[in-house]
Design a protein around this ligand. Sequence first.
Ligand SMILES: Nc1ncnc2c1ncn2[C@@H]1O[C@H](COP(=O)(O)OP(=O)(O)OP(=O)(O)O)[C@@H](O)[C@H]1O
Ligand SMILES: [Mg+2]
Length: 248
Amino acid sequence: MSSPVISVSHLKRGFKSGSGSITVLKDISLTVNRGEFVAVMGASGSGKSTLLNVLGGLLAPDSGTVTVDGMDLGSMSDASLTVYRRDRVGFIFQMFNLVGTLNVEENILLPSLAGGRRVAPAALDAMIEKVGLSHRRHAMPDTLSGGEQQRVAIARALVSGPALVLADEPTGNLDSENTRLMGDLFRDLHRAQGCAFVLVTHAPDVAMWADRVIVLKDGSIVDDRSTAEFAGPAELSSFYERTLNDAL
Ligand SMILES: Nc1ncnc2c1ncn2[C@@H]1O[C@H](COP(=O)(O)OP(=O)(O)OP(=O)(O)O)[C@@H](O)[C@H]1O
Ligand SMILES: [Mg+2]
């Protein structure tokens, strides 16, 4: 039996708001097994990015425990969290977040270099090939299409073999053709690398890439089930609407 790579128990997290405070994540408990691919859906403001940021060690829990890859994030120092983010987590964002003054290859290597680790040239070549950018490896980001930029971001997140990949609406700025290509790439990489994926999306066709879909409403998990229960995106979409309507 595979051990969980993520184990969240009774997580709460809020923010100061004006003179008071708001609780954004309310008593979240969740486990994700090694190699599992989980989609997180929920309305705008339901806490999806906040949850991802807690898992990625960018936001501390207010209470509860968050353990990733054997590390209790809530009890770690800032310095250890920096190392955790750099070495164990691959982040992929909607806005790609490439460094404009570095070429494709340099962007992919940046987090590893910052961590003082050397990526083997063969591993870099294989990753660039995998994301279909061999002919653009010395190109600057502003000369790439949105889909190509996102593929650089994917290569950057995966080249060092993280335990966990966190993707926050990674297809939000892509057209349907690039979204489909990204789906193929994610499934391939996920199968080949065996790391856990947690992907936030509003799109049912993207959520269908995952093994499991979690629905957040107002900071609570209101459903969590296998995507194998759905024949396709249309069924997942109507389930999602129903779940949001039925949840208290
Ligand atoms: N740094 C912050 N300070 C104060 N409030 C915040 C902060 N970050 C998020 N929030 C609030 O927390 C709630 C949840 O935000 P979050 O970004 O997690 O939502 P989301 O589900 O990712 O939404 P979207 O789908 O629009 O990206 C929102 O009401 C938001 O305004
Ligand atoms: Mg968000």
